[in-house]
Design a protein around this ligand. Structure first.
Ligand code: FMN
Length: 232
């Protein structure tokens, strides 16, 4: 099993500790990237990815190693500390680059067989909104299973995390890793994904024929009876 972690920070603090622990417990091959060290570009808003495709993005050369690792992975972990109730700016800037992969545009077929995890740590509050920041991208890329792990660590560094909370973290990463390993290979999409897919299909066919999205869906047979979760 291949796992990739995108860390929404450069340093190895609370969030790194939890996301890395989970990655290790899942086992198999583990790749890790740190933002902004491994990708430091904010989206320019040039629309090239929407009008052509992601490979034409002016930042594609820097983005490619991370995008390739995610495309090849079975499990993608997006991890971020809570900064003012949301994911870090560098995580959000990274995710902006994948707008063209959202269901409404041109989702990658491989997305429909991945498991995703959104990990967030906070001193006390904001885990829910931060996890949601990352969950939204994975859901709209088409990931069929996404788990949320938000922890109030009550500390600024790992060695300050109270013992009771540390024990809870270890239990939760054990539980989640076991679940991910068990679910590896079974990829029925949730009802929510199916409903969103059918809504987007209907909008493409009836409502607006934005190119190159329309042709992409045509080529994949999604305007007919083919479905991305069946062809992979
Ligand atoms: C700029 C900044 C903003 C923060 N905002 C929040 C916040 O909104 N809510 C909260 O509970 N903790 C907040 N914190 C605390 C961190 O989220 C918390 O200590 C986290 O576990 C740090 O993870 P790290 O060690 O991976 O950086 C903030 C910390 C920083 C540096």
């Amino acid at each position: 099993m291949k796992t990739v972690i995108i860390h929404g920070q450069n340093h190895k603090g609370n969030t790194y500790m939890i996301a890395h622990e989970l990655g290790e417990k899942i086992g198999g091959e583990l790749k890790e990237f740190f933002l902004p060290k491994d990708f430091d570009e904010p989206c320019r808003g040039c629309w090239t990815c929407f009008n052509k495709d992601l490979t034409h993005c002016p930042h594609y050369k820097k983005l490619k190693p991370l995008a390739d690792a995610m495309d090849e992975a079975d499990v993608v972990i997006l991890a971020s500390p809570v900064y003012v109730y949301h994911a870090t700016g560098q995580m959000m800037a990274f995710l902006d680059h994948f707008g063209t992969r959202w269901l409404v545009h041109r989702p990658d077929e491989r997305a429909f067989r991945k498991q995703g995890v959104a990990v967030a740590t906070a001193a006390g509050g904001g885990m829910k909104s931060t996890v949601k920041d990352m969950y939204h991208s994975m859901f709209f890329w088409g990931y069929p299973r996404i788990y949320r792990l938000g922890v109030a660590v009550r500390a600024s560094k790992p060695d300050e995390i109270p013992e009771k909370i540390q024990q809870k973290i270890h239990r939760e990463t054990d539980h989640l890793a076991a679940k991910i390993k068990k679910n590896h290979g079974s990829f029925a999409p949730t009802l929510k994904t199916r409903v969103w897919f059918m809504m987007m299909r209907w909008m493409h066919k009836v409502f607006w024929k934005f190119e190159p999205d329309y042709s992409y869906w045509e080529e994949h047979g999604w305007h007919d009876r083919k479905r991305p979760w069946k062809s992979c």
